[in-house]
Unconditional design. Structure first.
Ligand code: UDP
Length: 238
């Protein structure tokens, strides 16, 4: 049987990934489908940390936040990610996957606080760790939280799940001649403005030489293929 090429990964799921075809919120079927993909790689022995976004519920820079203090709106966005983390943990429990939520904001009645050592211990025990509340700081994004937690937990790679199955030379929906990059360097991604992640997240990955895989979570088996080192999605590395 093919063996995983990574022992420990950090998976970044956007809030939108949980919406399915809905306009807002959490779509149970979609969450269940994502959990099934994660379960597959957990069963292969891969240690999985997840940073979940909140854009399906609230975004600090969204029109809904207009007129609010940015910091207040951002804290609301972080709370939204905690709701998503709880939904994901619940779906994992139903699928028989042991998972823990750790929150960067202290809300102990619903989630334990982020403690790096404890998170690593859970990972070593084969439990999925879902990191909620982003970095715990306003003016950041969950992409940055993914880069940060990825580095902190010594993940070998950050997997950025998107709707498109990698990075393309142009928008594949608009340009039929667009082709997918198998691999790009950090510098190429910056120079060509490929928008892999926001600049803060990307810079952290580049400085720490943390490779990034961009792939589609909606493509059947794609997550597993990335883990097996097969030609899936786009790899960003030095
Ligand atoms: N957020 C924040 N600090 C963080 C992470 C998130 O303030 O470290 C807020 C911010 O308002 C953001 C929202 O939470 O817009 C939801 O996160 P994000 O937009 O990254 O979610 P995604 O796009 O992945 O669904």
């Amino acid at each position: 049987m093919a063996q995983p090429v990574f022992k420990r990964i950090l998976l970044k799921l956007s809030g939108e990934a949980l919406m399915g075809d809905d306009a807002y919120g959490i779509n149970r079927e979609t969450v269940t489908a994502i959990v099934a993909q994660v379960k597959e790689i957990v069963n292969m022995g891969v240690q999985v940390g997840i940073v979940i976004g909140g854009g399906n519920i609230f975004r600090g820079v969204a029109p809904a936040a207009e007129g609010m203090d940015r910091a207040t709106a951002d804290y609301m966005g972080m709370l939204a990610t905690v709701m998503n983390a709880m939904a994901l943990q619940d779906a994992m429990k139903h699928a028989g996957v042991a998972a823990r939520v750790q929150s960067a904001l202290n809300i102990e009645a619903v989630a334990e606080p982020y403690i790096r050592g404890k998170a690593i211990r859970y990972l070593e025990e084969g439990k999925v760790v879902i990191f909620g509340a982003g970095t715990g700081n306003p003016f950041f994004t969950t992409d940055t939280a993914a880069a940060l937690r990825g580095v902190e937990i010594d993940a070998e790679i950050v997997l950025k799940a998107t709707k498109v199955d990698g990075i393309y030379t142009a928008d594949p929906k608009k340009d039929p001649t667009a082709t997918r990059y198998d691999m790009v360097s950090y510098d190429e991604a910056i120079n060509k403005n490929l928008k892999v992640m926001d600049a803060t997240a990307f810079t952290l990955c580049r400085d720490q030489k943390m490779p990034i895989a961009v792939f589609s979570i909606f493509k059947e088996g794609a997550l597993k293929r990335v883990i097996l080192g097969e030609n899936e999605g786009t790899r960003v590395m030095a």
